[in-house]
Design a protein. Structure first.
Length: 293
């Protein structure tokens, strides 16, 4: 696949860190207009209390409004397992279309079974406004951007490339953080390695924006690096590490990882494009499948 790369376009990128889930959400502004996109928003949840609030999303909304921006897209890099998307809440206030990779249908099928969803749960991605195929382009104002299919962490993962800025989702972490796990249903370490190579084939100067950072070894939180930096220094895939080395390491590491704290609510909400499921009486309700994951 030849991707329509254009690093002469330099969008303004503002990151918003959510300390509860170590997620970074972004507002990306077209350099030639007031149009913008939001990538990977977060809805706050106190899971023990079953309480959902919107402090993080309100911060994004305030930024868009105060800067006089027009929201055109709400992009999900994938179905997150560690935080809930606030896309519908933001869409209600600011407009914009919610987009995700077309392989969301695979994720909906797998987790629709695990959560024993009834026939009212559509497995065709219709909860989203746009489903992207590999190489699909769309506009943010006058800036053409494209989506690159990067499975491995999950089947529906996509990296969105907006000019010289690429939003890598959970394909890569900062160089000292390595890569994301590949052991969720539909994940695969070898596939993830191949997807990472696609990202690293972008021009060296491409700015890479992480979806997560955990501040390894006590360093401050960071979320921006470059292709050149990842190629040279990434501890899992940089400096010429082979696919065999990566798969062995990733598989051994994943076997030791606990499930993310918010995986149960996150999947149920995010596979519905950020809508909280409802029970037969229409009451917002989350399930816990016992020994299902
Ligand atoms: Fe993820």
């Amino acid at each position: 696949m030849e991707y329509p790369v254009d690093t002469s376009l330099k969008p303004e990128v503002t990151g918003f860190f959510d300390p509860a889930t170590n997620t970074i959400s972004y507002v990306v502004k077209d350099p030639a207009s007031d149009a913008c996109a939001i990538v990977d928003s977060v809805m706050d949840i106190d899971y023990a209390a079953g309480r959902i609030t919107y402090e993080h999303a309100d911060e994004l909304i305030k930024f868009v409004q105060e800067n006089g921006l027009k929201l055109e897209w709400l992009i999900e890099t994938h179905v997150h397992a560690d935080h809930l998307s606030a896309a519908p809440y933001i869409q209600e206030k600011l407009g914009g279309k919610i987009g995700i990779g077309e392989h969301i249908v695979t994720v909906q099928d797998v987790f629709g079974k695990i959560f024993n969803e009834g026939t009212e749960f559509q497995r065709d991605g219709s909860q989203f406004d746009a489903l992207f195929k590999d190489g699909d382009t769309y506009m943010v104002g006058q800036m053409p951007v494209f989506a690159m299919h990067t499975p491995g962490h999950t089947p529906a993962c996509m990296v969105h490339v907006m000019g010289n800025a690429a939003f890598v989702g959970d394909t890569l972490f900062m160089p000292d953080g390595g890569s994301a796990r590949a052991d969720f249903p539909g994940g695969d370490a070898g596939t993830l390695y191949d997807s990472i190579q696609k990202v690293l084939a972008l021009p060296d100067e491409t700015r890479l924006f992480m979806c997560h950072d955990y501040g390894p070894n006590g360093r401050d939180i960071q979320w921006e690096t470059t292709v050149a930096d990842e190629k040279a220094h990434n501890i899992h895939v940089g400096a010429g590490k082979t696919k065999e080395e990566f798969v062995k390491f990733r598989t051994e590491r994943d076997a030791q990882l606990a499930m993310p704290k918010l995986i149960i609510p996150s999947l149920q909400v995010n596979m519905r494009a950020g809508e909280v499921p409802r029970d037969k009486d229409g009451v917002p309700m989350l399930k816990v499948p016992v020994n299902g994951l």
